[in-house]
Design a protein around this ligand. Structure first.
Ligand code: NI
Length: 185
């Protein structure tokens, strides 16, 4: 397993639509292990393959919350070729993204969804999700279509962030990653 480098906005690879997985083989399973390891190391609550430069429709999500001992509970969800087949209601959540450094904003999404796809054992799976889990799954599936949470914001908000990043890049100054913040995906 290996921790992979996470691409960040405005990397154009993040705008690309990812390809369907045709074969669930050893190479893919290894990439999925890397994806999960990279997510936990970041740390984040979700990661999509294109964020580490892989052209595959694969996502990992773990919204595991701390238990009483303060340990981060692990509840890893991995989906290959995920498709949202049902959605219901509305939820507004302040989202962040490991590929969008130092920026969070409220996004409106479906509150309840049904996701269908495949697991690493080539079994068809379906996941019913609500609240934060539904938000995280929709956020990651968006990445597979080249969509960032920034794309759900008003043009004004998106442009403000774009200008900030471009200015930092021009000045050769990295945008600081907020280490206090572990709700990114
Ligand atoms: Ni993200």
């Amino acid at each position: 397993m290996a921790i992979r480098k996470i691409l960040t906005f405005p990397d154009t690879f993040l705008k690309k639509e990812a390809s369907d997985v045709e074969n669930i083989d050893g190479r893919l399973v290894e990439a999925m292990d890397d994806l999960a390891q990279t997510m936990y190391a970041a740390p984040g609550i979700g990661l999509a393959a294109p964020q580490v430069g892989l052209d595959e429709r694969v996502i990992v999500v773990d919204i595991g919350e701390e238990d009483e001992s303060g340990e981060q509970g692990r509840d890893l969800i991995e989906v290959i070729n995920p498709v949202i087949t049902e959605e219901e209601g509305e939820i507004v959540w302040e989202e962040g993204c490991l590929s969008v450094i130092d920026f969070r904003a409220e996004v409106t999404r479906a509150n309840r969804i049904l996701v269908q796809g495949w697991d690493r054992n080539q079994k068809e799976i379906s996941i019913e999700a609500e609240g934060l889990l539904a938000v995280a799954l929709q956020h990651e599936i968006d990445h597979l279509d080249g969509t960032l949470f920034l794309d759900h914001l008003s043009r004004l908000k998106r442009d403000m962030y774009t200008r900030r990043v471009k200015k930092a890049l021009r000045e050769g100054r990295p945008i600081a990653r907020d280490t206090e913040d572990d709700g990114n995906s």
